[in-house]
Design a protein around this ligand. Structure first.
Ligand code: AMP
Ligand code: ZN
Ligand code: FE
Ligand code: FE
Length: 282
């Protein structure tokens, strides 16, 4: 059997349901050879994940996924193959502040709409991690205001819905520079999820390469073999590393399994090999 890995997962440090140690153990028990922890805008889960990797013998790659603003929300993954990620913390602290300023606006708006949930209830759902819209959605679910997390987003929290509020973000270029400045490898996450056509996507990739982009996520839970072929072609054209992962969130996205996604995802170990061999442009 081919050695497989997962380079895109979320823990309780952001909006996943598993603690970092539990997720690493789960990855190992699922037969994966390596796992990257890439929580949204935080590295808080990495120390625990790396320690568990050392204990259980699965390779753990420290990472992060920064939510950036382009025309649509664009996510930039950062990987720290030499294990040193503290350089990114300052930037992440500012992003946390921006989120902390936005959340109460959402709660206030929901209250105006007759949905009686409090900041405390959302905080409880987050259980110590960064508080985001998924936790607000979970609080709504718990109190019977929505039948599912997805329904809470579709009716209230998603872009264009009544309780949506923008939070200040970095641009993709700024995110890339922040990651490489901190000694990491910047990678464009789920490039097809922004809904851009082929021409626009390549234009974006070209401009991000000028900012120091080093990789593109080619293997991803929602992408079929045609998507993958197209993305691997873009990777070759722009001399980018190909990466991949499931975007595992535990029970918060119950149909997605670590490593295999919805069943057919396989991320070859070579992706990690290439990543580790890459020279980081500081
Ligand atoms: P936040 O960073 O607090 O704005 O929350 C962003 C997270 O909310 C994303 O990582 C997703 O997990 C989730 N999310 C964003 N938009 C949607 C949507 N339309 N439907 C379901 N989940 C979403
Ligand atoms: Zn997430
Ligand atoms: Fe993402
Ligand atoms: Fe993700």
């Amino acid at each position: 059997m081919k050695k497989c890995i997962d380079l895109h997962t979320h823990t309780t440090a952001s909006d996943g349901s598993m603690r970092p140690a539990g997720l690493v153990m789960h990855a190992r028990n699922s037969g994966l050879f390596a796992v990257a922890v890439t929580d949204h805008d935080t590295v808080d889960g990495l120390a625990e994940a790396v320690a568990e990797g050392g204990r259980t013998g699965i390779e753990v790659l420290p990472g992060v996924e920064i939510s950036a603003d382009y025309e649509r929300e664009t996510h930039i993954l950062g990987y720290f193959p030499d294990g040193e990620y503290t350089g990114i913390e300052e930037v992440l602290k500012q992003l946390k502040k921006n989120r902390d300023e936005r959340n109460p606006k959402i709660i206030r708006k929901l209250n105006e709409l007759g949905i009686n949930i409090s900041m405390e209830e959302a905080t409880d759902e987050a259980a110590g991690s960064i508080i985001g819209r998924p936790h607000i959605a979970a609080a709504m679910l718990r109190k019977g205001y929505a039948a599912s997390i997805q329904e809470a987003f579709d009716k209230y929290l998603a872009f264009g819905r009544p309780a949506y509020f923008k939070k200040e973000k970095l641009t993709p270029g700024e995110s890339i520079r922040a990651i490489s400045g901190a000694g990491g490898i910047p990678v464009l996450a789920h490039p097809l999820s922004m809904g851009f056509g082929a021409y626009k996507l390549e234009k974006l990739v070209g401009s991000l390469c000028a900012c120091g982009l080093m990789g593109i996520e080619c293997y991803y839970v929602d992408y079929d073999s045609e998507d993958r072929t197209n993305l691997l072609r873009i990777a070759r054209t722009y001399d980018l590393l190909a990466t991949g992962g499931s975007d595992f969130h535990g029970t918060f996205k119950p149909d997605i399994e670590i490593g295999t996604g919805r069943g057919d995802l396989r991320v070859p170990y070579e992706c990690l090999d290439m990543l580790k061999k890459a020279t980081i442009k500081k």
